[in-house]
Ligand binder design. Sequence first.
Ligand SMILES: NC(=O)c1ccc[n+]([C@@H]2O[C@H](COP(=O)([O-])OP(=O)(O)OC[C@H]3O[C@@H](n4cnc5c(N)ncnc54)[C@H](O)[C@@H]3O)[C@@H](O)[C@H]2O)c1
Length: 395
Amino acid sequence: MSKLKISLVGLGQRGMVHLKSLGRLSDEDLIEIAAIADPFEENLSDEKISKTLNISDVSKIKKFSNTKDLINDNISDGIIFAMPPNQHNGEIELAAKKSIGILAEKPQSLFLDEILKQNDSINSSNTISTVGFQMRYDDGYTDIKKYLSNKWTAAITMAVLGAVEGHGVKHTKTETLGGRSDRIWTADKKWSGTSIVENGIHYTDIMRYWTNSDIKWVQANYTERPENLQDQEGSNPIAYSVVYGFENGCVANLLYTKPAKSFFSENYEYIITTHSTVKFEDDYVAYEYLDQDWPPSDKPDLKDLRKIISKNPSKEPMMEFENTYKMIRTFVEAMDSNDKSKLRCNYENSINSIASVLAANASNLLNGDKINIDEFITSEKFSKFRSKEKNLITE
Ligand SMILES: NC(=O)c1ccc[n+]([C@@H]2O[C@H](COP(=O)([O-])OP(=O)(O)OC[C@H]3O[C@@H](n4cnc5c(N)ncnc54)[C@H](O)[C@@H]3O)[C@@H](O)[C@H]2O)c1
């Protein structure tokens, strides 16, 4: 593999994880880290960069306070974008125009019109592109996909019980950009686009990966946080109830919470196929009765129906560093061989995930109306929900 030059935009919480991956790829002699862009000088300090990188000469990496200057410097074969989703301003389109490979962190923007523009530029240049859904690179989750590949998935129930962002102090100086003074921008609807867009998108996308099917419609209802609590706890809703209908007929329930002062965190996942129940225990298992006789004369013992799908999977596929590393390595390999098929999702394919969470917001604003995703992407009826200018997130 020749050494590709990779740059990074946004050296914040997520950017540091990307930089660690790039450092490893550089140590493996697979890439060169070309440049980093960040509008805040303190985020570009050698001290901060060397916290993550092993390479001795951090000064070889070019630094830019303006992303477009980095792109126009023509030193990058590929760029990882890890900036807040409401701060984009044509950078992805410019990089695509120059046929630079693009790995954009999810959500690529909070506004579908902007995302569609980015996608058009990527399609026109036919450049390699992907979006930061690292859970697609998790071995345990991929074992689930393999198990489901010859079955019909009828239903998924997922409860993601998380607490409000209490320790997520970010690196963007939001106080200088009209955002929160404590820099926890994920708690602010105007910046996060709601927690379903900011984080629930990962769970939405992984259901598409497992089922190998796109989302066809969504219905959602949220419990808003009382206004008098929002200054302290943020403006995101406290709880989200989202129902997705898939093209293959599967119906999924995503229950998602963000209470403050709870600190409890746990996930439950159940996948129902025509003839089995998949459950996430210490191993991922399926309960399935494979004998031909039906109904059986004696009720089988559950332990005889238990089949391990994935042994000892990662407890936290989203946070697992190896998954992000594998995603970036695959991005680099896809660029090197000019082979998009290596990637587990490309920009165009990611649109169904981002459109579904944005349509969940719209459904909530429309009192739980059922929204068809294709219509949401194209119909005049939903244009106000797609528009950056109208910015309905704040409603
Ligand atoms: N895939 C994942 O698991 C995962 C995890 C965390 C965050 N993210 C995503 O990564 C992105 C960044 O989030 P974060 O947690 O690192 O936030 P952050 O605020 O900690 O970091 C963002 C960085 O971008 C910089 N920045 C701000 N405006 C910019 C601009 N206009 N151009 C270039 N850089 C700019 C900031 O200075 C900061 O250093 C978001 O889209 C977020 O949703 C993804």
